[in-house]
Design a protein around this ligand. Structure first.
Ligand code: ZN
Length: 210
């Protein structure tokens, strides 16, 4: 059976009702500004107001046919998304280059905490061990994504790289198709209507049963 690696971005979750960051606004401010490291450090109260009310509700979204088809086909997932929808669809191998909405992290001592435990606590979340401010385990703009080495290891074993719903403008994800081509791994790109075109692509290759 072919070994598919899918590199996914915000476009795959549009049919699940989630916005892309490109032009999203929150209370008159561009989300791209709220989600910078410098904004988090300077205005943690406002940052957390957006995080709890604007970003965390994303985890209530439901996977769509594109997520489900990739899970059913056993594709390995490398994603720029933080919405957890690949796992919700049943994918077991998911590498999250930009973190997730489930955890807060103390960048001082490295401890992780379930975000659920802090949702109802007033004020800014503080590490109980060392009193440093906690940060959502989400890679903010101005920060370095995780897991590029692991992504390359996954890619090296692939028979296909399927790129879904990403404009490939953000490093390091944008380098993966370049590595694939260098290694003579075929690359296909689906940027429109992922919920229709991803299942179709997998069916055409005999990777989906129905
Ligand atoms: Zn700590």
């Amino acid at each position: 059976m072919s070994h598919i690696v899918a590199l996914t971005g915000a476009g795959i979750s549009v049919a699940s009702g989630l916005p892309t960051f490109g032009d999203a606004m929150w209370k008159g401010q561009p989300v791209r500004r709220l989600l910078t490291k410098s904004f988090f450090l300077r205005h943690p109260e406002e940052f957390y107001e957006y995080y709890w009310a604007g970003l965390r509700p994303w985890r209530l979204a439901k996977p769509n046919a594109a997520h489900r088809a990739l899970a059913e086909a056993g594709a390995y997932i490398i994603t720029q998304n933080i919405d957890g929808l690949h796992q919700a669809a049943g994918s077991r191998q998911v590498l999250e280059l930009h973190g997730n909405l489930q955890e807060l992290v103390c960048e001082h001592c490295g401890a992780f905490y379930p975000a659920d435990d802090w949702q109802a606590v007033p004020g800014i979340p503080i590490c109980p061990s060392d009193q440093h401010i906690l940060k959502p385990n989400v890679v903010l703009f101005e920060e370095t994504p995780h897991g590029f080495e692991e992504a390359l290891e996954l890619l090296a074993k692939a028979d296909w790289l399927l790129v879904v719903g990403t404009s490939l403008q953000v490093a390091p994800a944008c380098y993966l198709p370049q590595f694939a081509r260098r290694w003579r791994i075929p690359v296909d790109i689906i940027n429109e209507a992922a919920e229709i075109n991803v299942p179709r692509w997998l069916k055409e290759r005999g990777l989906l049963s129905n």
